[in-house]
Design a binder for this molecule. Structure first.
Ligand SMILES: [Zn+2]
Length: 361
């Protein structure tokens, strides 16, 4: 069925049609004022007010890869081609016929697209947004001109903040049996070992200690006994962290870290959670990963993976090591430096732990 759809119906499918009542003179300049494709997979456009847009998608053929294009009124002055990166092969700006402008995005062959879910959203009279691909593809922003005007930025930010607040509310924590469980939280590094150093000198040890302490507080409020392997900036080797957890007979062990990429690449962001063995560790990792992703929109899901880290390999209880973002990544670092985001991550980790405990015990 899917094959049929892909082969026949989608070979040439116009699926958006935006028509406003304003009719523009044929020889006016292009309605397209600015565009950007962002690393979160969104294409954003700024046009003249009340512009008419038509958007199309065409499956790949022998000549072209999958293509998405938008036609605008008004004639483009200088047709041009811009090299893509990540899932995008190239972007072409052209005039398909007199008095028109066309923006074509051609994807690389191996890119998985799901145009059935695509929706072009009009943000206001002259701004548009559509999600084209998943942020799991690493992609450097490409664009021309300024899609968002400064004045509007403030309002946008406010919207973003209130949206974040509601994300926060979503994280209602589940209940578990009081005084039944004990958990060891291990803030990575410490003391002379600051761990990763990120953009602007942000230090892993500081970030993970703050997150860990908040997790401790939230879990304690739910009647879970929590011990931290360190409460301040002390030098603590790996074996004592493990023996501490093993000696206290904790039900779970969670080591909290933040990442750095080789060469401090700012385009590398994302979250990942490791376990060493067993379905319990894997389940705990999955729960935590799911929730930390939800409070980190746009940051790539690097997945739940098996890892041979000392602290999760040698602890006897289900154990995970969670990497809450890249201190060297532009997107993650900007968030991780904020207390508010650290709190959200702590909520997310706590929610994962409580879900696990309420399910498996
Ligand atoms: Zn670390």
């Amino acid at each position: 069925m899917i094959r049929f759809l892909e082969n026949k119906l989608f070979r040439y499918l116009a699926f958006f049609y935006f028509l406003n009542s304003v009719i523009l003179p044929v020889h006016s300049s292009s309605d397209l004022a600015a565009w950007v494709i962002k690393n979160n997979g969104f294409l954003e456009l700024r046009t003249k007010s009340n512009s008419n847009l038509k958007a199309y998608f065409q499956k790949s053929n022998q000549i072209y890869g999958d293509r998405f294009w938008v036609d605008f009124s008004g004639e483009l002055k200088n047709p041009r081609t811009i090299k893509g990166n990540g899932p995008i092969k190239e972007i072409r700006l052209g005039k398909p016929n007199k008095g028109k402008t066309r923006l074509v995005i051609e994807f690389k062959e191996e890119t998985y697209l799901n145009p059935l879910t695509w929706r072009m959203v009009g943000l206001d009279q002259n701004r548009w947004r559509i999600k084209l691909f998943n942020p799991k593809y690493s992609f450097k922003n490409i664009g021309e001109g300024l899609v968002e005007k400064r004045r509007r930025n403030i309002k946008e930010n406010q919207n973003l903040i209130s949206k974040k607040k509601s994300d926060y509310q979503y994280l209602k924590l589940p209940e578990v049996k009081q005084n039944k469980f004990s958990v060891v939280i291990d803030p990575g590094h410490g003391g002379p070992d600051p761990g990763a150093i990120g953009i602007g000198g942000i230090r892993e040890t500081d970030v993970v200690l703050e997150v860990s302490k908040t997790v401790q507080k939230l879990l304690s409020d739910k009647g879970v006994k929590v011990r931290l392997t360190r409460k301040n900036e002390v030098d603590l080797d790996l074996p004592p962290r493990v023996s501490f957890a093993n000696n206290t007979n904790a039900d779970l062990f969670i080591s909290i870290h933040a990442n750095a990429s080789r060469g401090k690449r700012r385009d590398i962001n994302g979250l990942e959670t490791f376990y060493y063995r067993g379905w319990r560790g894997r389940l705990l990792a999955k729960r935590i990963q799911k929730h930390i992703l939800r409070v980190s929109p746009g940051s790539p899901d690097r997945g739940v993976k098996q890892g041979r880290f000392y602290v999760i390999k040698n602890t006897r209880m289900p154990a995970v090591l969670v990497e809450i973002g890249f201190l060297t990544g532009r997107l993650d670092a900007r968030r991780l430096e904020k207390t508010e985001h650290r709190k959200r991550l702590a909520y997310a980790i706590t929610k994962g732990i409580l879900e696990y405990l309420s399910k498996v015990g």
